[in-house]
Design a protein around this ligand. Structure first.
Ligand SMILES: [Cu+2]
Length: 238
């Protein structure tokens, strides 16, 4: 069995293929007979010039044209809602981070069970580079669900975890959320996905996914993944 690389991306890809298949099949079911009838009943002098308006259609066919699309819509809606619920609600064992956005960067707090921050990472704005310094990457454990609480200090931003195919607005004065799980260690992009000013194109960071043991060490500060202390206050007051 193919290993699931990321959630909720798995369901996102599944839903896209289901919707695309239904859409393409319906497209051909409608367009091919459509072309045929356009040819067959095209205007010819002397033939049905005033049309056949007095004739009623076919009750059976009309009922079929109502019932079949209704069933398709209901099936797609139910299927999509099941996926939406999985995509929206973090599993109960998810670890929690809180990400606060600002023009143009991120502050990530790692919270304990009581909601107190145990570690803080700040990704600051750098208009001259597309590199993210090692100590500014958001580190998470591989194979573990992560719930992110999101907010903003200034304007509306959006937290887009690209490998997980999930994004959510970060709104000042409000806490929104999303969750994701990346099963393969590596580095992935996170982008701001809401145009938020002149620095928007440089509002990104790297998600560094490491094995859980390595993450536990990093969180306790016993590794050189992020040695440098970052002055948070200075960074966020822009
Ligand atoms: Cu932004």
């Amino acid at each position: 069995m193919e290993q699931v690389f990321a959630l909720p991306a798995k369901w996102w890809f599944e839903a896209v293929s289901v919707w695309l298949t239904v859409a393409v099949v319906i497209y051909f079911l409608v367009s091919i007979p459509g072309i045929y009838f356009v040819m067959k009943y095209r205007f010819k002098p002397g033939e049905r010039e005033i049309g056949d308006h007095e004739k009623h259609g076919h009750w059976g066919l009309e009922a079929l044209f109502v019932i079949v699309p209704t069933i398709i819509v209901l099936v797609l809606a139910t299927y999509s809602f099941v996926i939406f619920k999985k995509q929206r609600n973090a599993p109960p064992d998810a670890m929690t981070i809180k990400v606060t956005s600002f023009m143009w960067g991120w502050q990530t707090e790692y919270l304990d069970e009581k909601g107190n921050p145990v570690k803080v990472v700040v990704t600051s704005f750098n208009p001259n580079s597309y590199e993210v310094p090692e100590d500014q990457k958001i580190v998470v454990p591989a194979g573990k669900p992560v719930k992110a609480l999101l907010t903003s200090l200034d304007v509306i931003h959006s937290f887009y975890v690209m490998p997980a195919r999930i994004t959510e607005d970060m709104v000042p004065g409000r806490i929104t959320h999303l969750w994701f799980q990346i099963n393969k260690p590596g580095e992935y992009w996170i982008f701001c996905r809401e145009f938020c000013g002149t620095g928007h194109s440089h509002m990104f960071t790297k998600l560094k996914v490491v094995p859980p043991e390595q993450f536990a060490l990093w969180l306790k500060g016993e590794t050189n993944l992020a040695k440098k202390e970052v002055e948070i206050k200075e960074e966020v007051v822009r």
